[in-house]
Design a protein around this ligand. Sequence first.
Ligand code: FES
Length: 162
Amino acid sequence: MTEQKISRKDIINIGWVATGVLAITELSLAGFRFLSPRKADGEFGGLFNLGPYEQYPAGSVTPVEAGRFYLVRLPEGGFLALYRRCTHLGCAVPYDPSVGKFICPCHGSEFTMEGDVLNEPAPRPLDLFPLFINKFGEIEVDTSSPMERDQTRPDHIERIEG
Ligand code: FES
């Protein structure tokens, strides 16, 4: 059995190779991010500015077609942005103001105004988009990453301070 010794020079060479691989990986990722298309504001996948929050009355549901979501202002005044895509098989779910529910036309799933499931087969509530109120009192909704949830929690609702 022969024993091979790793020289100091070999260790330095391995270090250089590892550094080179890391640098190439970093540059590739940066290039990919630079080249991948970013969604523009006001189109699905981008940011939506919906103007001053005061224009949305309590208990209202406002469809935002371009963003594929509903801006919901709950009766107590908080806001949610609900992705209109049914969590069963993806149909667009309309809101029925006469009964105050979202009812999927495909297989009959029903959702509360908060998007929680009232009737299956939908396996979970309607997904949420992050919503915040900027320093000008305008509502902004980020449609880049819908958020799944088991049910509506208080921290999902954006409330007006003061
Ligand atoms: S896609 Fe909505 S209930 Fe099936």
